[in-house]
Design a protein around this ligand. Structure first.
Ligand code: AMP
Ligand code: MG
Length: 338
């Protein structure tokens, strides 16, 4: 491990978060390995549900042991899982969690999951997306386990596990990747499986707007693809967008494999969830990049589980940020009549 890590005042937080995300990543891979992609009925979301709850249970169990006073604003709540109709599902979750934490029972697993159902802002809390990019998980493509620590509204620590991402886009993806960041200490990555030392990553130095490679959601419902195409035309960007699910997009920008990640609002109403961005934002900013919303404001993590004061998200390597914001403003992207 890099020396700063052991001596940092958040060393215990980093050790705990990293081990927890790694364990959750293994659970997700175990569940995914059971999916027969060919046979999975289109509307059968049960594998992702099992992995989602299992991942949140493991991470909240680990955080609860070491930091019992820390609230966790996570995506899931065990209420649905405790309904009589879902007993079989609960049993599957308990089975998978039990592989990692011996002797866990249904009641305990639900308690761990519900440790992550905080909604309100507090001076120190974690935010967790146990499986970000559920559609990618079901397709056998990209998904992420995203955990961040926020203190006095500021991102201090991030662990972003990407079980289906190699340490570069060209590399073999079978060991997955974890990115970690501590404020002021850079962004580092290592394989999810194995014991390799973390390697520091940084954003692309590209300053020519026409050379921007950008990424965006696979799901058109999550980001306005038409607007990003207009933006690309305006800036004479030749490269086709890379479409991938989850905060893996932040990982790609953090390590210089894309200059931007665009999440362009489709309406005035949707508010981004903090667990979809917290870990990714710190990974990119610590790698030298910049993140704002579409109008150009910083993301405000002090308002509960949603980014109430922000519209869309623009992530860049830094030098390209103003050009992107200006072009979007010129095109009226993010301006709605109602
Ligand atoms: P992605 O994999 O980047 O497409 O993002 C997945 C995330 O999109 C999920 O975790 C949801 O919280 C979030 N999401 C759901 N509906 C919307 C929406 N209308 N606009 C933006 N994000 C959304
Ligand atoms: Mg998500």
């Amino acid at each position: 491990m890099p020396a700063f890590w052991k001596e940092h005042q958040l060393a215990a937080e980093m050790d705990t978060a990293l081990a927890a995300v790694r364990q959750a990543g293994l659970l997700c891979r175990e569940v995914q390995a059971e999916i027969d992609l060919g046979a999975l009925a289109k509307d059968d979301k049960s594998p992702v549900t099992v992995a989602d709850f299992g991942s949140q249970a493991l991470i909240c169990c680990a955080l609860g042991k070491v930091f019992p006073g820390d609230p966790v604003i996570g995506e899931e709540d065990a209420a649905v899982l405790q309904e009589a109709d879902n007993a079989a599902m609960l049993e599957r979750v308990v089975g998978h969690v039990g592989t990692h934490v011996a002797g866990s029972d249904a009641q305990q697993v639900c308690r761990w999951i519900n440790r992550g159902n905080a909604k309100q802002y507090s001076d120190r809390f974690w935010t967790l997306d146990p499986i970000d990019g559920t559609k990618g998980f079901l397709r056998g493509q990209q998904y992420a386990i995203a955990l961040a620590l926020i203190v006095h509204g500021r991102l201090e620590l991030a662990v972003l596990g990407c079980p289906n991402l190699g340490t570069s886009l060209a590399a073999d993806r079978s060991d997955g990747t974890i990115l970690v960041a501590i404020r002021g200490q850079g962004t580092w990555q290592m394989p999810l499986i194995g014991e390799a030392e973390p390697v520091r990553v940084s954003v692309s130095p590209q300053t020519d707007a026409s050379q921007i490679r950008f990424c965006e959601s696979v799901e058109a419902a999550h980001s306005a693809h038409g607007d990003s195409a207009r933006l690309a035309e305006r800036l004479a960007i030749a490269a086709e967008p890379a479409r991938l699910d989850s905060q893996a997009k932040y990982a790609i920008v953090a390590r210089g494999e894309a200059e931007a990640y665009l999440r362009l609002p489709r309406d005035n109403k949707y508010r981004e969830k903090i667990w979809d961005h917290g870990a990714g934002v710190l990974c990119v900013t610590e790698a030298g990049g910049r993140v704002t919303d579409v109008p150009g404001a910083d993301l405000d993590f002090t308002l509960g589980y949603r980014l109430e004061n922000n519209l869309g998200v623009v992530v860049s390597n830094g030098p390209q940020h103003e050009a992107l914001l200006r072009a979007m403003a010129d095109l009226g992207i993010g301006r709605f009549d109602d």
